[in-house]
Design a binder for this molecule. Structure first.
Ligand code: ZN
Length: 199
């Protein structure tokens, strides 16, 4: 498990919201230097925490339909089916579940005719059931790091204590800060407000 500190998490949050954000902007917002941001990003890339810089396209604007594919298959066939599905352009996400009723779940996007034809494009040997359901409404949450359920170690922005899991998260002027407890958050807020007042 990779250990990240507050600065790493804040840099990641910035890049997740906008991967084109300049190191200069990130440095300014995180009150640090451009070389620091650069070296942190290089490290995150090296560690594979950042796997790639990508863009998010709104499919609906392009008239692209989304659907879900649900497959029930014999255990021995799942590996082959997932390999076949991975080759298809319409397959955007693919999950092998631990459920025997639905062994493979996939998010599909593309032309509906081609999506429906997937059933003819893969080998259905040992497939008990295959269903394609079109998506009516997609509610996607952002891909921000699920701090409460991950084992990232953060340090409290107020007392510097190391903490895992339940950090108190609070935004000050659009920046995320993490605290070990509500008391630290309140104290930090007092100090921060004072700093702002004196600025
Ligand atoms: Zn604290």
């Amino acid at each position: 498990m990779v250990e990240l500190d507050n600065l790493d998490v804040r840099i990641l949050t910035h890049l997740q919201n906008n991967s084109r954000k300049s190191f200069q902007e990130i440095a300014k917002s995180c009150l640090t230097s451009i070389p620091t941001v650069k070296s942190r990003v290089d490290r995150l890339l090296e560690l594979g925490v950042i796997s790639k810089f990508t863009i998010d396209i709104d499919n609906t604007k392009l008239g692209i339909t989304e659907a879900l594919l649900l497959v029930n298959a014999k255990p021995g066939a799942i590996g082959r089916i997932t390999e076949e599905l991975r080759e298809l352009e319409e397959v955007k996400e693919l999950y092998v579940t631990s459920d025997s009723d639905i062994a493979v779940v996939s998010r599909l996007a593309g032309d509906m005719k081609r999506i429906l034809a997937i059933q003819d494009r893969i080998n259905l040997t040992d497939v008990n059931n295959i269903r394609i359901v079109s998506v009516k409404n997609a509610f996607r949450k952002d891909a921000t790091i699920p701090l409460a359920s991950s084992s990232i170690t953060l340090t409290c922005a107020y007392c510097d204590r190391k903490m895992t899991g339940d950090a108190v998260r609070k935004k000050f002027e659009d920046k995320d800060y993490f605290f070990c407890c509500n008391t630290c958050q309140t104290e930090f807020e007092k100090k921060y407000t004072k700093l702002l007042a004196n600025a």
